[in-house]
Design a protein around this ligand. Structure first.
Ligand SMILES: *[C@@H]1O[C@H](CO)[C@@H](O)[C@H](O)[C@H]1NC(C)=O
Ligand SMILES: *[C@@H]1O[C@H](CO)[C@@H](O)[C@H](O)[C@H]1NC(C)=O
Ligand SMILES: *[C@@H]1O[C@H](CO)[C@@H](O)[C@H](O)[C@H]1NC(C)=O
Ligand SMILES: *[C@@H]1O[C@H](CO)[C@@H](O)[C@H](O)[C@H]1NC(C)=O
Ligand SMILES: *[C@@H]1O[C@H](CO)[C@@H](O)[C@H](O)[C@H]1NC(C)=O
Ligand SMILES: *[C@@H]1O[C@H](CO)[C@@H](O)[C@H](O)[C@H]1NC(C)=O
Length: 492
Protein backbone atom coordinates (compact mmCIF):
# COMPACT_ATOMS: atom_id res chain seq x y z
CA UNK A 1 0.00 0.00 0.00
CA UNK A 2 2.67 2.50 1.04
CA UNK A 3 4.75 1.60 -1.99
CA UNK A 4 1.77 1.98 -4.31
CA UNK A 5 1.01 5.36 -2.82
CA UNK A 6 4.62 6.45 -3.19
CA UNK A 7 4.80 5.48 -6.83
CA UNK A 8 1.49 7.19 -7.53
CA UNK A 9 2.98 10.30 -5.95
CA UNK A 10 5.94 10.09 -8.31
CA UNK A 11 3.60 9.99 -11.27
CA UNK A 12 1.99 13.12 -9.93
CA UNK A 13 5.20 15.10 -9.72
CA UNK A 14 4.85 16.96 -13.03
CA UNK A 15 1.34 18.00 -12.05
CA UNK A 16 2.51 19.09 -8.63
CA UNK A 17 5.16 21.20 -10.24
CA UNK A 18 2.52 23.01 -12.23
CA UNK A 19 0.29 23.42 -9.20
CA UNK A 20 2.94 24.78 -6.91
CA UNK A 21 5.16 26.76 -9.16
CA UNK A 22 2.86 28.68 -11.38
CA UNK A 23 0.02 31.01 -10.63
CA UNK A 24 -0.23 32.09 -14.20
CA UNK A 25 -2.97 31.58 -16.65
CA UNK A 26 -2.30 28.67 -18.95
CA UNK A 27 -2.94 30.37 -22.23
CA UNK A 28 -3.09 27.17 -24.25
CA UNK A 29 -6.10 25.88 -22.35
CA UNK A 30 -7.60 29.22 -21.41
CA UNK A 31 -7.63 27.87 -17.87
CA UNK A 32 -5.65 28.62 -14.80
CA UNK A 33 -3.23 26.08 -13.36
CA UNK A 34 -4.39 26.81 -9.82
CA UNK A 35 -7.01 24.25 -8.88
CA UNK A 36 -10.63 25.23 -8.50
CA UNK A 37 -11.70 24.70 -4.91
CA UNK A 38 -15.18 23.66 -3.89
CA UNK A 39 -16.20 23.18 -0.27
CA UNK A 40 -19.48 21.33 0.13
CA UNK A 41 -20.42 21.80 3.75
CA UNK A 42 -23.39 19.83 5.01
CA UNK A 43 -25.07 21.03 8.18
CA UNK A 44 -25.61 18.60 11.07
CA UNK A 45 -25.02 15.49 8.97
CA UNK A 46 -24.15 12.55 11.23
CA UNK A 47 -21.25 10.11 10.97
CA UNK A 48 -23.57 7.35 9.74
CA UNK A 49 -26.08 9.51 7.85
CA UNK A 50 -24.15 8.62 4.69
CA UNK A 51 -24.41 5.52 2.54
CA UNK A 52 -20.77 4.58 2.76
CA UNK A 53 -21.28 3.90 6.47
CA UNK A 54 -24.97 3.10 6.57
CA UNK A 55 -26.30 1.20 3.55
CA UNK A 56 -29.85 2.40 4.32
CA UNK A 57 -28.95 6.00 3.49
CA UNK A 58 -29.70 7.03 -0.13
CA UNK A 59 -26.47 8.87 -1.01
CA UNK A 60 -25.22 7.18 -4.21
CA UNK A 61 -23.40 10.33 -5.38
CA UNK A 62 -21.59 10.93 -2.11
CA UNK A 63 -20.75 7.23 -1.84
CA UNK A 64 -19.24 7.15 -5.31
CA UNK A 65 -17.23 10.31 -4.72
CA UNK A 66 -16.01 9.04 -1.35
CA UNK A 67 -14.94 5.78 -2.99
CA UNK A 68 -13.24 7.47 -5.93
CA UNK A 69 -11.66 10.07 -3.68
CA UNK A 70 -10.53 9.60 -0.12
CA UNK A 71 -12.69 9.17 2.92
CA UNK A 72 -11.27 11.43 5.59
CA UNK A 73 -11.80 9.01 8.42
CA UNK A 74 -10.29 11.10 11.23
CA UNK A 75 -11.44 14.52 10.19
CA UNK A 76 -12.42 16.57 13.21
CA UNK A 77 -14.66 19.61 13.44
CA UNK A 78 -16.08 21.67 16.29
CA UNK A 79 -19.13 20.44 18.15
CA UNK A 80 -21.53 23.15 16.93
CA UNK A 81 -22.15 25.37 13.89
CA UNK A 82 -20.69 28.84 14.55
CA UNK A 83 -17.46 27.60 16.17
CA UNK A 84 -16.93 25.12 13.34
CA UNK A 85 -17.55 27.67 10.59
CA UNK A 86 -15.33 30.16 12.41
CA UNK A 87 -12.53 27.56 12.51
CA UNK A 88 -13.01 26.69 8.84
CA UNK A 89 -12.93 30.30 7.66
CA UNK A 90 -10.17 31.56 9.99
CA UNK A 91 -7.93 28.52 10.54
CA UNK A 92 -8.06 29.33 14.26
CA UNK A 93 -9.42 27.42 17.22
CA UNK A 94 -12.66 28.89 18.58
CA UNK A 95 -10.89 29.36 21.93
CA UNK A 96 -8.53 31.74 20.14
CA UNK A 97 -11.51 33.70 18.83
CA UNK A 98 -13.65 33.88 21.97
CA UNK A 99 -16.25 31.70 20.21
CA UNK A 100 -15.79 28.50 22.24
CA UNK A 101 -18.92 28.78 24.35
CA UNK A 102 -21.93 28.98 22.12
CA UNK A 103 -23.35 29.44 18.65
CA UNK A 104 -24.33 32.93 17.51
CA UNK A 105 -28.06 33.33 18.14
CA UNK A 106 -30.34 35.76 16.29
CA UNK A 107 -29.87 39.26 17.65
CA UNK A 108 -26.60 38.58 19.43
CA UNK A 109 -23.89 41.13 18.84
CA UNK A 110 -20.96 38.73 18.37
CA UNK A 111 -19.22 37.74 15.15
CA UNK A 112 -16.08 36.20 13.70
CA UNK A 113 -13.10 38.46 14.52
CA UNK A 114 -11.97 40.66 11.64
CA UNK A 115 -8.40 41.19 12.86
CA UNK A 116 -6.90 38.72 10.35
CA UNK A 117 -7.72 37.70 6.79
CA UNK A 118 -9.92 34.63 6.43
CA UNK A 119 -9.88 31.90 3.77
CA UNK A 120 -11.87 33.67 1.01
CA UNK A 121 -9.78 36.81 1.50
CA UNK A 122 -6.59 34.78 1.14
CA UNK A 123 -7.85 33.00 -1.98
CA UNK A 124 -9.09 36.23 -3.52
CA UNK A 125 -5.60 37.65 -3.07
CA UNK A 126 -4.24 34.59 -4.88
CA UNK A 127 -6.42 35.41 -7.87
CA UNK A 128 -9.55 33.39 -7.15
CA UNK A 129 -13.14 34.24 -7.95
CA UNK A 130 -14.79 33.70 -4.56
CA UNK A 131 -18.45 32.80 -4.14
CA UNK A 132 -20.50 31.76 -1.16
CA UNK A 133 -23.86 30.05 -1.26
CA UNK A 134 -25.80 29.04 1.86
CA UNK A 135 -25.49 29.52 5.58
CA UNK A 136 -23.10 32.07 7.09
CA UNK A 137 -23.77 32.00 10.86
CA UNK A 138 -20.69 34.04 11.75
CA UNK A 139 -22.46 37.22 12.81
CA UNK A 140 -24.10 40.08 10.94
CA UNK A 141 -24.67 42.93 13.37
CA UNK A 142 -22.59 45.17 11.13
CA UNK A 143 -22.16 44.92 7.35
CA UNK A 144 -18.45 44.56 7.81
CA UNK A 145 -18.91 41.07 9.33
CA UNK A 146 -20.98 39.71 6.44
CA UNK A 147 -19.69 37.47 3.61
CA UNK A 148 -19.32 40.10 0.87
CA UNK A 149 -17.18 42.18 3.22
CA UNK A 150 -15.12 39.14 4.21
CA UNK A 151 -13.66 38.12 0.87
CA UNK A 152 -16.64 36.69 -1.01
CA UNK A 153 -17.45 38.51 -4.21
CA UNK A 154 -20.94 37.07 -4.11
CA UNK A 155 -23.23 35.71 -1.43
CA UNK A 156 -26.57 33.98 -1.79
CA UNK A 157 -28.10 32.63 1.39
CA UNK A 158 -28.84 33.48 5.00
CA UNK A 159 -27.08 34.82 8.06
CA UNK A 160 -28.66 32.95 10.98
CA UNK A 161 -28.28 29.43 12.37
CA UNK A 162 -31.48 27.94 11.03
CA UNK A 163 -34.78 28.82 9.44
CA UNK A 164 -37.75 27.33 7.67
CA UNK A 165 -36.53 25.68 4.44
CA UNK A 166 -39.39 27.25 2.44
CA UNK A 167 -40.46 30.51 4.10
CA UNK A 168 -36.86 31.38 5.14
CA UNK A 169 -38.22 32.82 8.34
CA UNK A 170 -36.43 32.47 11.66
CA UNK A 171 -37.65 34.03 14.91
CA UNK A 172 -40.18 36.23 13.11
CA UNK A 173 -37.72 37.58 10.60
CA UNK A 174 -37.07 36.81 6.94
CA UNK A 175 -33.45 35.87 6.29
CA UNK A 176 -32.49 35.39 2.67
CA UNK A 177 -30.20 37.54 0.54
CA UNK A 178 -28.72 37.86 -2.88
CA UNK A 179 -25.51 39.73 -2.11
CA UNK A 180 -26.58 42.63 0.10
CA UNK A 181 -30.20 42.68 -1.07
CA UNK A 182 -33.12 40.93 0.56
CA UNK A 183 -34.34 38.35 -1.99
CA UNK A 184 -38.05 37.63 -1.73
CA UNK A 185 -38.04 35.46 -4.85
CA UNK A 186 -36.86 32.61 -2.60
CA UNK A 187 -40.16 32.50 -0.71
CA UNK A 188 -41.86 29.12 -1.02
CA UNK A 189 -38.84 27.38 -2.55
CA UNK A 190 -36.83 24.64 -0.79
CA UNK A 191 -33.35 25.85 0.07
CA UNK A 192 -31.51 22.79 -1.26
CA UNK A 193 -33.00 23.53 -4.71
CA UNK A 194 -32.23 27.24 -4.44
CA UNK A 195 -28.63 26.69 -3.43
CA UNK A 196 -28.25 24.01 -6.07
CA UNK A 197 -29.45 26.35 -8.81
CA UNK A 198 -27.28 29.24 -7.69
CA UNK A 199 -24.16 27.06 -7.44
CA UNK A 200 -24.75 25.80 -10.97
CA UNK A 201 -25.25 29.33 -12.24
CA UNK A 202 -21.97 30.40 -10.65
CA UNK A 203 -20.19 27.47 -12.29
CA UNK A 204 -21.76 28.16 -15.68
CA UNK A 205 -21.05 31.91 -15.58
CA UNK A 206 -17.52 31.47 -14.25
CA UNK A 207 -14.78 32.94 -16.42
CA UNK A 208 -12.27 30.10 -16.50
CA UNK A 209 -9.30 32.41 -16.90
CA UNK A 210 -9.54 32.69 -13.11
CA UNK A 211 -9.57 29.83 -10.61
CA UNK A 212 -12.87 29.37 -8.78
CA UNK A 213 -13.49 29.11 -5.06
CA UNK A 214 -17.04 28.05 -4.26
CA UNK A 215 -18.12 27.67 -0.65
CA UNK A 216 -21.47 25.89 -0.79
CA UNK A 217 -22.74 25.69 2.78
CA UNK A 218 -26.02 23.83 2.50
CA UNK A 219 -28.86 24.35 4.96
CA UNK A 220 -29.39 20.59 4.67
CA UNK A 221 -29.70 18.69 6.86
CA UNK A 222 -30.15 20.99 9.88
CA UNK A 223 -33.56 21.14 11.56
CA UNK A 224 -36.43 21.87 11.06
CA UNK A 225 -37.26 18.49 9.54
CA UNK A 226 -38.51 19.42 6.07
CA UNK A 227 -38.09 17.58 2.80
CA UNK A 228 -40.07 17.67 -0.44
CA UNK A 229 -42.37 14.66 -0.34
CA UNK A 230 -41.01 13.30 -3.65
CA UNK A 231 -37.58 12.62 -2.08
CA UNK A 232 -39.17 10.77 0.82
CA UNK A 233 -41.39 8.76 -1.54
CA UNK A 234 -38.63 7.93 -3.96
CA UNK A 235 -35.76 7.18 -1.59
CA UNK A 236 -36.95 6.66 1.98
CA UNK A 237 -39.86 4.24 2.06
CA UNK A 238 -37.64 1.69 3.81
CA UNK A 239 -36.95 3.90 6.85
CA UNK A 240 -39.15 2.78 9.75
CA UNK A 241 -39.51 6.00 11.77
CA UNK A 242 -41.46 8.99 10.36
CA UNK A 243 -39.08 11.67 11.54
CA UNK A 244 -36.04 9.70 10.44
CA UNK A 245 -37.81 9.24 7.10
CA UNK A 246 -37.96 13.02 6.63
CA UNK A 247 -34.30 13.35 7.59
CA UNK A 248 -33.59 10.69 4.97
CA UNK A 249 -35.49 12.74 2.36
CA UNK A 250 -33.42 15.81 3.25
CA UNK A 251 -30.27 13.74 2.81
CA UNK A 252 -31.48 12.38 -0.55
CA UNK A 253 -32.06 15.93 -1.82
CA UNK A 254 -28.59 16.94 -0.65
CA UNK A 255 -27.08 13.99 -2.49
CA UNK A 256 -28.95 14.90 -5.68
CA UNK A 257 -27.72 18.46 -5.48
CA UNK A 258 -24.12 17.28 -5.13
CA UNK A 259 -24.72 15.17 -8.24
CA UNK A 260 -25.99 18.22 -10.10
CA UNK A 261 -23.17 20.48 -8.98
CA UNK A 262 -20.45 17.99 -9.87
CA UNK A 263 -22.18 17.40 -13.20
CA UNK A 264 -22.03 21.15 -13.89
CA UNK A 265 -18.32 21.19 -13.07
CA UNK A 266 -17.77 18.34 -15.54
CA UNK A 267 -19.88 20.01 -18.23
CA UNK A 268 -17.81 23.16 -17.93
CA UNK A 269 -14.62 21.11 -18.20
CA UNK A 270 -13.56 22.25 -14.74
CA UNK A 271 -13.58 18.97 -12.86
CA UNK A 272 -10.14 17.82 -13.94
CA UNK A 273 -8.66 20.78 -12.14
CA UNK A 274 -10.94 20.86 -9.11
CA UNK A 275 -10.43 19.88 -5.50
CA UNK A 276 -13.63 19.14 -3.60
CA UNK A 277 -13.93 18.88 0.16
CA UNK A 278 -17.17 17.43 1.43
CA UNK A 279 -17.76 17.61 5.17
CA UNK A 280 -20.34 18.04 7.84
CA UNK A 281 -19.86 21.08 10.06
CA UNK A 282 -20.35 19.01 13.23
CA UNK A 283 -21.72 15.68 14.32
CA UNK A 284 -25.40 14.86 13.91
CA UNK A 285 -27.90 16.00 16.55
CA UNK A 286 -29.40 12.72 17.70
CA UNK A 287 -32.45 14.46 19.21
CA UNK A 288 -33.22 15.61 15.66
CA UNK A 289 -33.02 12.10 14.20
CA UNK A 290 -29.43 12.22 12.99
CA UNK A 291 -27.16 9.25 13.59
CA UNK A 292 -23.51 9.05 14.54
CA UNK A 293 -23.63 5.31 15.12
CA UNK A 294 -21.45 3.66 16.40
CA UNK A 295 -19.76 6.75 17.75
CA UNK A 296 -20.79 8.10 21.10
CA UNK A 297 -22.77 11.27 21.66
CA UNK A 298 -24.20 13.98 19.48
CA UNK A 299 -23.79 17.45 18.10
CA UNK A 300 -22.92 19.90 20.94
CA UNK A 301 -20.88 17.27 22.80
CA UNK A 302 -17.13 16.70 22.90
CA UNK A 303 -17.68 12.99 22.25
CA UNK A 304 -16.54 11.60 18.92
CA UNK A 305 -20.15 11.66 17.69
CA UNK A 306 -20.15 15.44 18.01
CA UNK A 307 -16.73 16.12 16.57
CA UNK A 308 -15.66 13.44 14.09
CA UNK A 309 -17.20 14.42 10.79
CA UNK A 310 -18.49 12.52 7.81
CA UNK A 311 -16.04 13.85 5.23
CA UNK A 312 -14.14 13.06 2.07
CA UNK A 313 -11.86 14.70 -0.45
CA UNK A 314 -12.50 14.26 -4.15
CA UNK A 315 -10.14 15.43 -6.86
CA UNK A 316 -9.89 12.90 -9.68
CA UNK A 317 -6.78 14.45 -11.16
CA UNK A 318 -4.69 14.82 -8.06
CA UNK A 319 -5.84 12.29 -5.51
CA UNK A 320 -5.27 8.66 -6.29
CA UNK A 321 -8.49 6.73 -6.64
CA UNK A 322 -7.45 4.24 -4.07
CA UNK A 323 -10.85 3.28 -2.70
CA UNK A 324 -9.16 3.95 0.58
CA UNK A 325 -9.39 6.22 3.51
CA UNK A 326 -7.08 8.87 4.89
CA UNK A 327 -6.50 7.90 8.50
CA UNK A 328 -4.28 10.85 9.45
CA UNK A 329 -5.61 13.43 11.90
CA UNK A 330 -7.20 16.45 10.26
CA UNK A 331 -8.69 19.32 12.18
CA UNK A 332 -11.10 21.76 10.55
CA UNK A 333 -8.61 24.61 11.11
CA UNK A 334 -6.31 22.79 8.68
CA UNK A 335 -8.37 23.58 5.57
CA UNK A 336 -7.38 27.23 5.40
CA UNK A 337 -3.61 26.56 5.10
CA UNK A 338 -4.24 23.37 3.07
CA UNK A 339 -6.27 25.21 0.45
CA UNK A 340 -3.92 28.19 0.43
CA UNK A 341 -1.08 25.79 -0.33
CA UNK A 342 -3.18 24.11 -3.03
CA UNK A 343 -3.72 27.56 -4.50
CA UNK A 344 0.02 28.20 -4.69
CA UNK A 345 0.15 30.51 -1.68
CA UNK A 346 2.88 28.68 0.26
CA UNK A 347 2.76 26.01 2.88
CA UNK A 348 1.87 28.03 5.92
CA UNK A 349 -0.34 30.89 7.02
CA UNK A 350 0.75 33.18 9.85
CA UNK A 351 -1.01 33.33 13.23
CA UNK A 352 -3.38 30.44 12.81
CA UNK A 353 -3.76 27.02 14.41
CA UNK A 354 -4.23 24.93 11.27
CA UNK A 355 -1.44 23.12 9.44
CA UNK A 356 -1.40 22.37 5.75
CA UNK A 357 -2.29 18.80 4.86
CA UNK A 358 -1.97 19.39 1.11
CA UNK A 359 1.18 17.38 0.42
CA UNK A 360 -0.01 14.54 2.61
CA UNK A 361 -3.41 14.43 0.96
CA UNK A 362 -1.68 14.17 -2.40
CA UNK A 363 0.82 11.55 -1.38
CA UNK A 364 -1.19 9.71 1.25
CA UNK A 365 1.89 9.90 3.47
CA UNK A 366 1.98 10.45 7.24
CA UNK A 367 0.18 13.61 8.25
CA UNK A 368 1.63 16.71 9.92
CA UNK A 369 -0.67 16.64 12.91
CA UNK A 370 -0.16 14.63 16.12
CA UNK A 371 -2.62 16.46 18.31
CA UNK A 372 -5.46 18.93 18.41
CA UNK A 373 -7.82 20.57 20.88
CA UNK A 374 -11.48 19.56 20.60
CA UNK A 375 -12.53 22.69 22.44
CA UNK A 376 -11.57 24.66 25.51
CA UNK A 377 -14.50 26.26 27.26
CA UNK A 378 -13.69 28.21 30.40
CA UNK A 379 -17.34 29.02 31.12
CA UNK A 380 -18.52 25.41 31.32
CA UNK A 381 -15.07 24.36 32.49
CA UNK A 382 -14.64 21.59 29.94
CA UNK A 383 -12.01 20.81 27.34
CA UNK A 384 -10.52 17.88 25.47
CA UNK A 385 -7.37 16.98 23.60
CA UNK A 386 -6.44 14.26 21.13
CA UNK A 387 -2.82 13.21 20.99
CA UNK A 388 -1.87 10.20 18.94
CA UNK A 389 -4.28 7.41 19.80
CA UNK A 390 -5.44 8.93 23.08
CA UNK A 391 -8.15 11.39 23.98
CA UNK A 392 -8.36 13.18 27.30
CA UNK A 393 -11.60 14.87 28.30
CA UNK A 394 -11.50 17.38 31.15
CA UNK A 395 -14.87 18.04 32.75
CA UNK A 396 -18.09 16.91 31.20
CA UNK A 397 -18.31 16.17 27.50
CA UNK A 398 -22.06 17.00 27.68
CA UNK A 399 -25.33 15.28 26.85
CA UNK A 400 -26.64 13.46 24.85
CA UNK A 401 -23.85 11.08 25.64
CA UNK A 402 -25.15 7.60 24.79
CA UNK A 403 -24.90 5.39 21.73
CA UNK A 404 -27.84 6.07 19.47
CA UNK A 405 -28.83 3.37 17.02
CA UNK A 406 -30.90 4.78 14.13
CA UNK A 407 -34.24 2.96 13.71
CA UNK A 408 -33.31 1.47 10.33
CA UNK A 409 -30.29 -0.29 11.86
CA UNK A 410 -31.91 -1.67 14.99
CA UNK A 411 -33.10 -4.85 13.36
CA UNK A 412 -30.05 -5.45 11.21
CA UNK A 413 -27.71 -4.98 14.17
CA UNK A 414 -30.00 -6.39 16.84
CA UNK A 415 -29.05 -3.40 18.98
CA UNK A 416 -30.92 -0.56 20.57
CA UNK A 417 -29.96 2.85 21.81
CA UNK A 418 -28.07 3.05 25.08
CA UNK A 419 -28.71 6.50 26.44
CA UNK A 420 -26.73 7.09 29.57
CA UNK A 421 -26.75 10.32 31.52
CA UNK A 422 -23.61 11.02 33.43
CA UNK A 423 -23.56 14.74 34.03
CA UNK A 424 -23.83 14.64 37.79
CA UNK A 425 -21.27 11.89 38.21
CA UNK A 426 -18.89 13.00 35.50
CA UNK A 427 -15.30 12.35 36.59
CA UNK A 428 -12.96 15.37 36.44
CA UNK A 429 -10.97 13.62 33.67
CA UNK A 430 -11.62 10.70 31.33
CA UNK A 431 -9.14 9.00 29.03
CA UNK A 432 -9.93 6.91 25.97
CA UNK A 433 -7.78 4.92 23.56
CA UNK A 434 -9.46 5.75 20.25
CA UNK A 435 -7.41 3.23 18.34
CA UNK A 436 -8.87 0.28 20.20
CA UNK A 437 -12.00 2.03 21.48
CA UNK A 438 -13.27 4.61 18.94
CA UNK A 439 -16.71 4.32 20.56
CA UNK A 440 -15.41 5.68 23.89
CA UNK A 441 -16.80 2.86 25.95
CA UNK A 442 -13.88 2.37 28.36
CA UNK A 443 -12.40 5.13 30.46
CA UNK A 444 -8.83 3.83 30.97
CA UNK A 445 -7.54 6.65 33.14
CA UNK A 446 -6.84 4.44 36.17
CA UNK A 447 -4.58 2.06 34.27
CA UNK A 448 -2.86 4.78 32.17
CA UNK A 449 -1.70 7.38 34.66
CA UNK A 450 1.45 8.35 32.74
CA UNK A 451 -0.51 8.92 29.55
CA UNK A 452 -3.04 10.91 31.56
CA UNK A 453 -0.40 13.19 33.09
CA UNK A 454 1.29 13.76 29.73
CA UNK A 455 -1.97 14.65 28.03
CA UNK A 456 -3.08 16.84 30.91
CA UNK A 457 0.20 18.77 30.64
CA UNK A 458 -0.32 19.20 26.88
CA UNK A 459 -3.90 20.34 27.41
CA UNK A 460 -2.89 22.79 30.13
CA UNK A 461 -0.18 24.22 27.89
CA UNK A 462 -2.96 25.65 25.69
CA UNK A 463 -4.73 27.45 28.52
CA UNK A 464 -2.62 30.63 28.63
CA UNK A 465 -3.50 31.46 25.01
CA UNK A 466 -7.25 31.14 25.55
CA UNK A 467 -9.21 34.23 24.55
CA UNK A 468 -12.09 34.52 27.02
CA UNK A 469 -15.55 33.91 25.62
CA UNK A 470 -16.72 37.11 23.95
CA UNK A 471 -19.30 38.93 25.92
CA UNK A 472 -22.58 38.90 24.03
CA UNK A 473 -25.87 40.68 24.43
CA UNK A 474 -29.19 40.31 22.76
CA UNK A 475 -29.65 43.67 21.00
CA UNK A 476 -33.25 44.85 20.80
CA UNK A 477 -32.43 47.07 17.84
CA UNK A 478 -31.77 43.90 15.82
CA UNK A 479 -35.49 43.11 15.74
CA UNK A 480 -36.72 42.38 12.22
CA UNK A 481 -39.57 44.87 12.85
CA UNK A 482 -36.94 47.58 12.52
CA UNK A 483 -35.91 46.28 9.08
CA UNK A 484 -39.20 45.67 7.25
CA UNK A 485 -39.43 42.21 8.74
CA UNK A 486 -35.93 41.12 7.71
CA UNK A 487 -32.91 40.07 9.70
CA UNK A 488 -30.53 42.76 8.64
CA UNK A 489 -27.13 44.21 9.59
CA UNK A 490 -26.86 47.64 11.15
CA UNK A 491 -27.22 47.38 14.93
CA UNK A 492 -23.69 47.29 16.25
C1 LIG B 1 -12.46 4.44 10.01
O1 LIG B 1 -12.62 4.60 11.41
C2 LIG B 1 -13.39 3.62 12.05
C3 LIG B 1 -13.58 4.01 13.50
O2 LIG B 1 -12.34 4.26 14.11
C4 LIG B 1 -12.71 2.27 11.89
O3 LIG B 1 -13.51 1.28 12.47
C5 LIG B 1 -12.51 1.99 10.40
O4 LIG B 1 -11.80 0.79 10.25
C6 LIG B 1 -11.73 3.12 9.76
N1 LIG B 1 -11.46 2.88 8.34
C7 LIG B 1 -12.39 2.76 7.40
C8 LIG B 1 -11.92 2.50 6.04
O5 LIG B 1 -13.59 2.87 7.63
C1 LIG C 1 -30.95 18.43 -9.83
O1 LIG C 1 -31.15 18.71 -11.18
C2 LIG C 1 -32.40 18.27 -11.69
C3 LIG C 1 -32.38 18.49 -13.20
O2 LIG C 1 -32.13 19.84 -13.46
C4 LIG C 1 -33.49 19.05 -11.00
O3 LIG C 1 -34.75 18.62 -11.44
C5 LIG C 1 -33.38 18.81 -9.49
O4 LIG C 1 -34.33 19.60 -8.82
C6 LIG C 1 -32.00 19.16 -9.01
N1 LIG C 1 -31.88 18.78 -7.61
C7 LIG C 1 -31.84 19.65 -6.60
C8 LIG C 1 -31.70 19.09 -5.22
O5 LIG C 1 -31.92 20.85 -6.75
C1 LIG D 1 -12.48 36.29 -19.12
O1 LIG D 1 -11.49 37.09 -18.52
C2 LIG D 1 -10.45 37.43 -19.38
C3 LIG D 1 -9.35 38.11 -18.55
O2 LIG D 1 -9.91 39.11 -17.73
C4 LIG D 1 -11.01 38.34 -20.48
O3 LIG D 1 -9.98 38.69 -21.38
C5 LIG D 1 -12.10 37.57 -21.21
O4 LIG D 1 -12.71 38.42 -22.17
C6 LIG D 1 -13.14 37.06 -20.25
N1 LIG D 1 -14.04 36.18 -20.95
C7 LIG D 1 -15.35 36.34 -20.92
C8 LIG D 1 -16.17 35.36 -21.68
O5 LIG D 1 -15.88 37.24 -20.29
C1 LIG E 1 -13.55 -0.68 -1.94
O1 LIG E 1 -13.31 -1.04 -0.58
C2 LIG E 1 -14.38 -1.71 0.03
C3 LIG E 1 -14.08 -1.86 1.51
O2 LIG E 1 -12.73 -2.14 1.73
C4 LIG E 1 -14.62 -3.03 -0.70
O3 LIG E 1 -15.71 -3.69 -0.12
C5 LIG E 1 -14.93 -2.74 -2.17
O4 LIG E 1 -15.06 -3.94 -2.88
C6 LIG E 1 -13.84 -1.91 -2.80
N1 LIG E 1 -14.27 -1.49 -4.13
C7 LIG E 1 -13.45 -1.46 -5.17
C8 LIG E 1 -14.01 -0.98 -6.47
O5 LIG E 1 -12.28 -1.79 -5.10
C1 LIG F 1 -30.45 -10.03 19.91
O1 LIG F 1 -29.83 -9.62 21.10
C2 LIG F 1 -30.38 -10.19 22.25
C3 LIG F 1 -29.79 -9.52 23.48
O2 LIG F 1 -28.53 -9.01 23.26
C4 LIG F 1 -30.14 -11.69 22.22
O3 LIG F 1 -30.69 -12.31 23.37
C5 LIG F 1 -30.78 -12.26 20.97
O4 LIG F 1 -30.47 -13.63 20.86
C6 LIG F 1 -30.29 -11.54 19.74
N1 LIG F 1 -31.05 -11.98 18.59
C7 LIG F 1 -30.47 -12.35 17.45
C8 LIG F 1 -31.39 -12.75 16.35
O5 LIG F 1 -29.25 -12.38 17.31
C1 LIG G 1 -12.58 22.68 36.39
O1 LIG G 1 -12.67 21.29 36.33
C2 LIG G 1 -11.51 20.62 36.87
C3 LIG G 1 -11.71 19.14 36.64
O2 LIG G 1 -12.12 18.81 35.40
C4 LIG G 1 -11.36 20.96 38.31
O3 LIG G 1 -10.18 20.34 38.79
C5 LIG G 1 -11.27 22.45 38.47
O4 LIG G 1 -11.24 22.79 39.84
C6 LIG G 1 -12.46 23.14 37.84
N1 LIG G 1 -12.25 24.57 37.85
C7 LIG G 1 -13.18 25.38 38.30
C8 LIG G 1 -12.85 26.84 38.26
O5 LIG G 1 -14.24 24.98 38.74
Amino acid sequence: MTRAVASAALLLLPLLYVLHCSNNVDAAQGQTSQPNIVILLADDLGWSDVGWRNPFMPTPTLDKMAREGMILNQSYVQQTCSPSRAALMSGRYPHHLGLQYNTIKSGWNIHLADDQPILPEALKKLGYATHMVGKWHLGFCNWRYTPTYRGFQSFYGYYNAAEDYYTHIENNGYDFRDNDQVDKSAVGLYSTNLFNDRAIRIINDHNTSQPLFLYLAYQAVHGPLQAPQEYIDRHCKHIPDNNRKIKCGMIAALDESVKNVTHALKQRGLMDNTFILFSSDNGGPVHEYASNYPLRGSKITLWEGGTRAAAFAYAPSFLQKTNSSYEELIHITDWYPTLVEAAGGGSSVANIDGVSQWKNLLSGGPGPRQEFIYNMDEVRNDSAIRRGRYKLIQGYARNPNGWFVPPELEKALNETTVDIHGEKNSPPYSLYDLETDPEERHNIIDSHQTVFHNLKARLDSYRPSLVPTKHYDYIRASKPDNFNGNWSPGWC
